[in-house]
Design a protein around this ligand. Structure first.
Ligand code: OAD
Length: 258
């Protein structure tokens, strides 16, 4: 663990022990050590290679469906071969040990939190493995026709199948966002882990938690846009910092059930 994280870690551990309700907002950085690329990291992030409007918007998909579909097929294969890391496992173990105490909110679509055993997970941006129709389906629509590298389509009306994730310009799933906002509003501590904090409404959850009186802690290898509102920043990889933090967090006034 980086030296500068150590001092803050002691303080944040104390906050964690005091907190009856903890909300955790995760982003791509949580899965970086599982080998899943982030979006905005220079060199290795997807958006260093691709324009998000081309690959993560309805207009981009309509303009070049096969290009976008092939990219999602690649990301699906990558996510399916990836394994949860120690950070995912630490979050799942904590929630299992203290039922009802932690609400896990993620922007990630890779399913690694679920694979580690976290349940429920509030998936703000959907799930990489889901599909849906691009246009409102008619009676004729069946997902029967597909060629490798191209999206399945209806051979009667031409409707295309698209990935069931949330793209730029699209609304987040309402019930999920609602539950996430309630968690942000009511938590005593929010951990913001492995996200640049550049995408809203997800990043707005940290502002909401702070405004409602929660302590906000950022865990990130690099500066993020949410550092400015954080009460503490733990600088380092989440696969090290989450186990270090959550492994020792018996809450004040509660005995260890194990
Ligand atoms: P970003 O790629 O914007 O940010 C990843 C963050 O993780 C950066 O701040 C890194 O410094 C940090 N990071 C990298 N490795 C880390 C590690 N091992 N431990 C801790 N932190 C680490 O990804 P998100 O913030 O998740 O949305 O991006 C938000 C949304 O923008 C995504 O859900 C996606 C993207 O475009 C859509 O596609 C709609």
């Amino acid at each position: 663990m980086p030296d500068d994280a150590q001092g803050n870690l002691t303080e944040v551990s104390a906050w964690l022990r005091e907190a009856r309700h903890i909300a955790v907002l995760t982003g791509a950085g949580v899965s970086a050590e599982s080998g899943v690329p982030t979006f905005r990291d220079a060199q290795t992030g997807y958006w260093a290679q691709f324009d998000p409007q081309d690959m993560a918007s309805e207009a981009g998909f309509r303009a070049a469906p096969s290009r976008v579909w092939a990219w999602y097929e690649h990301r699906r294969a990558l996510a399916q071969s990836a394994q949860p890391n120690a950070g995912h496992h630490a979050l799942a173990a904590f929630a299992q040990r203290w039922p009802g105490r932690l609400t896990l909110i993620t922007q990630n679509v890779d399913g690694l939190h679920q694979q580690a055993g976290s349940e429920p997970v509030l998936c703000l941006h959907g799930n990489l493995l889901d599909n849906r129709w691009l246009d409102v389906p008619r009676d004729c629509c069946r997902m029967e026709h597909a060629a490798a590298g191209s999206p399945p389509y209806c051979d009667r009306c031409g409707n295309l199948v698209r990935p069931g994730v949330v793209w730029f310009g699209e609304p987040l799933p309402l019930a999920t966002l609602d539950a996430a906002q309630r968690a942000a509003q009511s938590c005593a501590l929010m951990l913001v882990v492995g996200t640049s904090g550049a995408v809203y409404p997800a990043a707005g959850l940290a502002h909401r938690a702070r405004a409602a009186g929660a302590r906000v802690v950022v865990i990130n290898t690099a500066p993020s846009e949410l550092d400015a509102i954080a009460h503490a920043v733990l600088r380092g990889p989440s696969a090290q910092l989450l186990p270090a933090l959550l492994g020792t967090a018996n809450p004040v006034g509660m005995s260890n059930p194990a």
